[in-house]
Ligand binder design. Structure first.
Ligand SMILES: Cc1cc2nc3c(=O)[nH]c(=O)nc-3n(C[C@H](O)[C@H](O)[C@H](O)COP(=O)(O)O)c2cc1C
Length: 226
């Protein structure tokens, strides 16, 4: 694999929502998770925990979650909300645009609620990726440790990319924290913060072609005293 700069790696990484069925060996998963642990954390707490799921365990989580989703569309024992209630603009519009860009790539129209729901439900199978990751934090932590986890999660995605693996971060798993804990046998003290699909991208798939836009640096950065 040709070497690329950090800037190029950042620009190249994108969320992948269709995978080939090629498996990812446990050793490679552990390599990615280990290298990513060079991520910094406040006080070097290294507060992250990761559960890597494959095979029957991943299928069991899908089955249990779908079973529960019938009667609990808002999730089971969710740990953190995915968005604040009453998300204001400009973020509300960005969120809506993000969905529209994806549905456009898939050729799913504005009115096709069933197709949109079906696409959303693919989250629960980790988009059929061979590996699903669940990232947890101890319930005793405060907000600062969530920053550490975010740095770790991005590091996992970049190292995975370097190894030829594709990923999609998934906030949706926090909604199903109760099911995740039951299937994996986790204590209530482990908060389910975010999940991630990991595997080899299907290069042909339409949904994998999309590149979500970014706002201009002037719209979020302010220079002081230059
Ligand atoms: C913390 C976090 C949670 C996310 N949760 C989901 C999710 O549940 N489902 C999904 O399809 N994409 C999810 N995404 C992917 C975002 O939609 C995606 O990162 C964003 O649109 C930018 O696109 P890109 O990752 O391709 O650059 C999540 C991303 C992050 C960082």
């Amino acid at each position: 694999m040709t070497k690329i700069s950090v800037s190029e790696a950042l620009a190249r990484r994108k969320s992948i929502r269709e995978y080939t069925q090629e498996g990812v060996p446990a050793g490679l998963v552990l390599d990615v998770l280990e290298i990513a642990s060079n991520a910094p954390s406040g006080g070097n707490l290294q507060p992250w925990k990761v559960h890597a799921l494959s095979g029957e365990v991943k299928s069991a989580l899908l089955e249990k979650t779908i079973e529960q989703a019938m009667n609990n569309p808002a999730g089971v024992d969710p740990d953190i909300p995915i968005y604040p209630s009453g998300l204001a603009d400009p973020w509300r519009s960005r969120r809506a645009d993000c969905g529209e860009v994806m549905y456009a790539a898939l050729g799913i129209g504005r009115e096709d609620k069933v197709a949109r729901m079906r696409q959303g439900a693919k989250n629960l199978s980790f988009f059929d990726a061979p590996v699903g990751l669940i990232f947890t934090l101890d319930r005793s932590f405060c907000e600062a440790q969530i920053i550490d986890l975010g740095l770790y999660v991005q590091s996992v995605m970049l190292v995975a990319d370097e190894k030829g693996l594709a990923t999609c971060p998934q906030a949706v798993w926090s909604m199903w924290a109760g099911v995740v804990r039951e299937v994996l046998g986790l204590a209530h003290s482990e908060m389910v913060m975010v999940g991630m699909a990991m595997g080899y991208a299907n290069p042909e798939s339409a949904v994998n072609q999309l590149k979500q836009p970014r706002i201009a640096v002037e719209d979020f950065a302010t220079l002081h005293g230059f």
